[in-house]
Design a protein around this ligand. Sequence first.
Ligand SMILES: Cc1cc2nc3c(=O)[nH]c(=O)nc-3n(C[C@H](O)[C@H](O)[C@H](O)COP(=O)(O)OP(=O)(O)OC[C@H]3O[C@@H](n4cnc5c(N)ncnc54)[C@H](O)[C@@H]3O)c2cc1C
Length: 188
Amino acid sequence: MFRTRRGRLLQQQGYDQAQNYEWFYSNNLEKAPYLLTNYSVLEDDIAPEGHNVLILAVYLDYDWNDVWHFYSDRDAYNEFKQEVAEVFLVRAEKLLPDLRRHITTLSIATPPTLESFTLNPGGAFYGFHNTPEYALLNRIEQETPIGGLYLAGAWTFPGPGQSAVMQSGQIAAGYVLKKMAEAEGGEK
Ligand SMILES: Cc1cc2nc3c(=O)[nH]c(=O)nc-3n(C[C@H](O)[C@H](O)[C@H](O)COP(=O)(O)OP(=O)(O)OC[C@H]3O[C@@H](n4cnc5c(N)ncnc54)[C@H](O)[C@@H]3O)c2cc1C
């Protein structure tokens, strides 16, 4: 286990990233590295006094157990995601003893949850085809061949992630402002 930044802990068994990757994709709940972030360290008013907002995140396979039973059996899905969460909460108790006893609200999100909220294929939180060949300058630009249509967001340059999408929006806004100025005969 080591600390990566303020309020954020990464627990992994070792530094062999090929092995860590294998544990993710074999859904090895006991070994897969996970990230535990206490958002209240950064913003103390996001939870009531004396409480914290903690997020425990782990990569697990989308296709696991017929997509977590999500599409076929909702009871089995709810039961299964609880079981999976329980394993990680027990692991987290090695860092934060008695964690489960102190939880007042627990929300569990799975790959199908992310898929249903983001509409990204497979619930991929960084979006489709996030590969080196499709990174940075190889991503879609904000300006399109269709007049007046501009693009912004994780699918465009420079890519996914909060700071990157803000940059993408800023670039798109720049094109729109330039176009407006031109239309008004002002600065080009
Ligand atoms: C669980 C999770 C954790 C993440 N953690 C991190 C992290 O720690 N750090 C990081 O940098 N990035 C993280 N990301 C990635 C980051 O959140 C995304 O890359 C980024 O938010 C994508 O921005 P976007 O503007 O493209 O899309 P979104 O943020 O998804 O915004 C799209 C917006 O469009 C709205 N919308 C959709 N359809 C319509 C419609 N028809 N009409 C009107 N509005 C519509 C949606 O409601 C949404 O508000 C995470 C993502 C997820 C899912």
